[in-house]
Write a protein that binds this ligand. Structure first.
Ligand SMILES: [Fe+2]
Length: 206
């Protein structure tokens, strides 16, 4: 887990280690340019405000407390910073390829099977228009849901607990997959850190 500070986290693996599913150049640019860019703009937006020393997720959890003039920048850039912090943690070069134990059982109950779950997740990824993210979350009733978010909107802002996500901005896959989003989604399953997803599930389900 990354520490709760507004700094760019180190990746828990090397840039090339997710190849061939996600290529080194994409990872490098994604982390050092895009992620860093969101962080820089977010820090600039909160500089000198009451939010200067508040962790991004704590701000995103309650958008009502943000003054109107800061809202767009915090939602877009704070959201971009936060979403990528989360995304790196649910990827790994050593994927077990599927969940085990409690989460596996819950996925079977909620979606019918792991295969059906992946089908729905992919369908949500392919029908998301433009840029955004698809998430597996726990809702307020602690039920598993697959949701889409637009741009850099955070599921934290609508009271959801994120477990898994895929970045569907073209910067996440265009170098390797061009416009073939479906292939990117299919290969994404090879690098999912189900241990981390399961860890979060067990943490939130209590
Ligand atoms: Fe991204």
């Amino acid at each position: 887990m990354s520490e709760n500070k507004n700094i760019l986290p180190q990746l828990p693996y090397s840039y090339e280690s997710l190849e061939p599913h996600i290529d080194k150049e994409t990872m490098l640019v994604h982390h050092t340019k895009h992620h860093q860019g969101y962080l820089d703009k977010f820090l600039k937006a909160i500089e000198g405000t009451d939010f200067e020393n508040v962790y991004v997720n704590d701000i995103l959890k309650d958008l009502k407390i943000i003054p109107e003039k800061l809202k767009t920048s915090i939602v877009n850039n704070g959201g971009g910073f936060s979403n990528h912090n989360f995304f790196w943690e649910i990827l790994t070069p050593n994927s077990t390829k599927e969940p085990e134990q409690n989460l596996k059982k819950e996925i079977d109950i909620e979606f019918g099977s792991f295969t059906e779950f992946k089908k729905e997740f992919k369908e949500k990824a392919l029908t998301l228009f433009g840029s955004g993210w698809v998430w597996l979350v726990l809702d307020k009733d602690k039920k598993l849901k697959i949701i889409q978010t637009k741009n850099q909107d955070s599921p934290l802002s609508i009271g959801l607990k994120p477990l898994l996500t895929i970045d569907l901005w073209e910067h996440a896959y265009y170098l390797n997959y061009q416009n073939k989003r479906a292939d990117y989604v299919d290969n994404f399953w090879n690098v999912v850190n189900w241990k981390q997803v399961e860890y979060l599930f067990n943490l939130y389900i209590k």
